[in-house]
Design a protein around this ligand. Structure first.
Ligand code: E4P
Length: 219
């Protein structure tokens, strides 16, 4: 099980890493559009913090553009996994990049067939978009489950990185139905760790601590 933080905010990423339960970082154009700093400059800063994986999307409408920009990204740091959108040109790019030894995440997946195509092209990860699929009146978790069944049945090595997660229970169920990895925004990471019921129990515990006679100093 691998949990990622979906962010381009250096302070937020550091806070998430400090919990000790975050494997890597994912980024995407929806959060990049908010950046005041230049994209590559920010990616370089994030790569200095992370020793494992930083998933970064390449821009491009054709396979050639995607390949060229993916190469630029992969030269920044060995931790970069290049995100490529899943469409005809993207699949062509994934195929070429994987033959060059560049790791990829096929992103914006909304149907099982796309995960299959990405796996055939040699993608390292596929990223089904749970929340955005749910918005189309289909089940994002069912999508993850179907992809997982196909990959298991055919011994596919491509990993499932559940994305577009909107609440803590979707993280739980994504892993339950076979995702190897999931990425969450910082507020959802907090909801994964904390629960209002636990917080009120902890508050009650703390009130007890105020009345307990104890010497914590080690002699
Ligand atoms: C991963 O990085 C995905 O791009 C991301 O989870 C999409 O999330 P959103 O649907 O909340 O924009």
């Amino acid at each position: 099980m691998k949990l990622y933080i979906d962010s381009l905010n250096v302070k937020e990423i550091q806070k998430a890493l400090d919990t000790g339960i975050i494997y890597g970082v994912t980024t995407n154009p929806f959060i990049a559009v908010e950046l005041e700093e230049e994209y590559i400059t920010r990616i370089k800063k994030i790569c200095e913090l992370v020793k494992t994986e930083v998933h970064v999307q390449a821009e491009g409408k054709t396979a050639d553009e995607l390949i060229k920009n993916a190469q630029t990204l992969s030269e920044i740091s060995p931790v970069i996994i290049v995100k490529i959108p899943t469409f005809m040109e993207g699949i062509k790019a994934i195929k070429t990049l994987s033959s060059m030894g560049i790791k990829t995440t096929a992103t914006a997946i909304t149907a099982p067939s796309q995960a299959l195509a990405a796996a055939l092209a040699g993608a390292t990860y596929v990223a089904p978009f749970i929340g955005r699929v749910n918005n189309t009146s289909h089940s994002g978790l069912k999508l993850v489950k179907t992809i997982s069944k196909i990959f298991k049945e055919h011994d596919v090595k491509t990993e499932i990185l559940a994305a577009s997660i909107k609440n803590a229970m979707q993280v739980v169920y994504a892993f339950k139905v076979g995702a190897q990895a999931a990425t969450v925004k910082f507020d959802i990471l907090r909801d994964v760790i904390e629960n209002p019921h636990s917080l009120s129990i902890i508050e009650e515990m703390n009130k007890c601590w105020e009345k307990i006679k104890v010497e914590w100093e080690r002699k």
